[in-house]
Design a protein around this ligand. Structure first.
Ligand code: ADP
Length: 422
């Protein structure tokens, strides 16, 4: 640890002060004796003159010692200030480095140690921070004396952005040297959110634009070349309805997501009978499954499984998962839905299909908005690419987890795990 210069009274300094005070006193005492003798003709007893003068001399002795005490108190306080300042720096979670006018690092907190590495004692700032942009910033602030910041990006080991700020410490009472504070504000999360938002808007616009372009194309065709072609018009109307429904599904899913985001921090407060909810979902999806030639097998535990949750949202979750299993796992011709509950593990719902499965590299990304293994397959199956993103949002709000296991060629298993009851 690097020591700063401190303004305290040492023992030698205290000795010197004492000698000076004694010297200081010798002269007034001499003068006092002369005055005592001189006081006799003035009608005062010599002892009265000596006592009076002794009081005066004691005042003189006390005055410099009071001043020295004040100085030493001030030194003690500034020492405390130094320690408190540094303790404050240490407590901050903002990576912070304090350095002096020679760019020697006096203090770095734990957050800075883990970001840039620990500085050896009295090391120069550039021993750990080598970015020319940051070192230029330091030089500018030292030259101009006003705070400034720059944005700093790192690509290795992972992409990170920081706002790096350097500011002079105003009225520094601790050290003779001017101090400077360098801080790193992490912008990585904000940047990631910005990028996600931009990607999301771009994706949503693209998804809407495709059916819209198709609709406009058909309208123009019917106004022009197909104006009098009755058979073509009937065919085109069917396609247009399909495209309009696709847009409606997309808008419904986008609204669903935005509503869920608004309620993300409010825990659901209803009670849901899982067995009844799943039975309802499976019953309503059976006609669709029959059309696809898929049989849904439902297995429920003997006793009712009740969890805290929002029944409409959970219906949305299980509908999405069972519908996906039927659509994408159609080739397996069978989907198994199982509800289980154990005291230690909590309730869980498993939806298993025996279709083509999902390659390993896609599995971690399936819950991203608009992520699809194959866009065309998803479109032909009336997918929007938002189903699993909605599922994930709802489950997060329910403090439940989605586990996806898949073996290409054998099928996929989607498990919804609820927390055990408290
Ligand atoms: P979509 O609207 O496209 O169905 P989802 O978010 O529900 O969007 O699913 C994302 C992608 O995950 C799908 O496009 C599909 O590629 C894949 N997927 C989801 N469920 C299954 C499944 N049971 N078997 C194979 N692939 C699946």
């Amino acid at each position: 640890m690097v020591e700063t210069r401190r303004d305290v009274t040492t023992e030698a300094e205290a000795d010197n002060t004492l000698t000076a005070r004694v010297k200081h006193l010798a002269r007034p005492l001499g003068v006092g004796s002369v005055m005592a003798v001189a006081a006799v003709p003035a009608g005062l007893e010599p002892w009265q003159a000596i006592v009076g003068y002794a009081a005066f001399a004691a005042g003189l002795l006390a005055w410099p010692s009071g001043k020295a005490a004040k100085q030493s108190r001030a030194a003690g306080q500034s020492d405390k200030v130094a320690q408190t300042d540094f303790a404050v720096v240490e407590a901050l979670d903002l990576p912070t480095v304090v350095f002096d006018a020679d760019t020697l690092v006096l203090r770095q907190n734990a957050a800075a140690r883990s970001l840039v590495g620990a500085y050896p004692e009295r090391a120069s700032l550039s021993a750990r921070i080598r970015s020319p942009a940051i070192l230029d910033l330091v030089a500018r602030v030292m030259a101009r004396g006003v705070p400034e910041s720059v944005e700093h990006a790192e690509r290795v080991p992972s992409e990170r952005w920081h706002e790096v700020r350097v500011a002079p410490v105003a009225g520094n009472p601790v050290s003779g040297s001017q101090l400077y504070v360098l801080t790193f504000r992490d912008l990585t999360e904000a940047r990631r959110m910005d990028r996600m938002r931009t990607d999301f808007v771009a994706n949503a616009s693209h998804e809407l634009r495709t059916p819209l372009a198709s609709l406009m194309g058909f309208i123009e065709t019917m106004q022009g070349p197909a104006r009098d072609d009755e058979a073509a018009r009937i065919r085109f109307f069917a396609i247009m309805l399909d495209q309009a429904q696709r847009m409606a599904r997309l808008i419904d899913d986008l609204l669903s997501l935005s509503r869920l985001e608004m309620r993300a921090h409010v825990a659901p407060d209803g009670q849901v009978d899982l067995g009844r909810t799943i039975t309802h979902v499976v019953d309503s999806l059976r006609p669709m499954a029959n059309d696809l030639g898929v049989e849904i097998q439902l297995s429920l535990p003997d006793k009712a499984v009740t969890i805290s949750g929002d029944v409409d949202e959970l219906i949305q979750v299980f509908s999405n998962l069972v519908e996906n299993a039927c659509k994408y796992g159609q080739a397996g011709k069978r989907v198994e839905v199982t509800v289980a509950d154990t005291d230690s593990e909590g309730a869980q719902v498993t939806i298993q299909d025996f279709g083509p499965g999902i390659a390993k590299e896609h599995v971690p990304r399936l819950t991203e908005r608009f992520y699809r293994v194959d866009v065309e397959t998803s479109r032909t199956k009336k997918g929007t690419g938002l189903g699993l993103a909605i599922v994930k949002h709802i489950l997060t709000r329910h403090r439940a987890r989605l586990i996806i296991r898949s073996t290409p060629g054998e099928g996929s298993t989607f498990i919804v795990k609820f927390n055990p009851a408290e």
